[in-house]
Design a protein around this ligand. Structure first.
Ligand code: HEM
Length: 127
């Protein structure tokens, strides 16, 4: 990990992020608790996630350019997110980072950056 570069660049820029999004959503779609939450056609979600993570990790502000202010918690209000599902989402991300061979400390830094929003998006108590 090069601390003088953005997380986006550390991940390998657009190409690395694209791969991460692909591997992550393949895992989400196989996850018994998470997959039913997503639309049948996951492609638009993947594209928006790519755009959002690009800016979230310090790369080009693609999401805001195309969709305005992220308001990401509000965009998840129609999704029943329990604390357990937030952890499962993060587990899929961890598994994707491992599968892609993203090494420490970058892997942990990325996960801890995502952990804040994931827990912040919880909008329903444990079932
Ligand atoms: C905490 C667990 C999470 C769950 C269960 C979850 C679930 C979902 C679902 C079901 C959608 C699709 C909504 C739809 O198309 O109707 C979605 C969209 C999205 N999620 Fe999440 N999400 C979680 C956390 C996160 C986190 C941590 C981020 C980013 C840091 C994120 C970024 C996005 C983006 C960018 C979209 C597309 C939003 C849009 O359509 O404008 N999500 N999420």
């Amino acid at each position: 990990m090069n601390p003088n570069q953005s997380l986006y660049d550390n991940l390998g820029g657009a190409e690395g992020l694209r791969r991460l999004v692909e591997v992550f959503y393949a895992k989400v779609q196989l996850h018994p608790q998470l997959s039913p939450l997503f639309p049948a056609d996951i492609t638009p979600v993947m594209e928006k996630q790519f755009q959002f993570l690009s800016q979230f990790f310090g790369g080009p502000a693609l999401f805001s350019e195309q969709h305005g202010h992220p308001m990401m918690r509000a965009r998840h209000m129609h999704v029943p997110i329990t604390p357990e599902r937030a952890e499962e989402w993060l587990d899929c991300m961890k598994a994707a980072l491992e599968e892609l061979g993203v090494s420490e400390p970058l892997r942990s830094v990325l996960l801890s950056r995502l952990s804040g929003p994931a827990h912040h998006f919880v909008n329903m108590p444990e079932e």
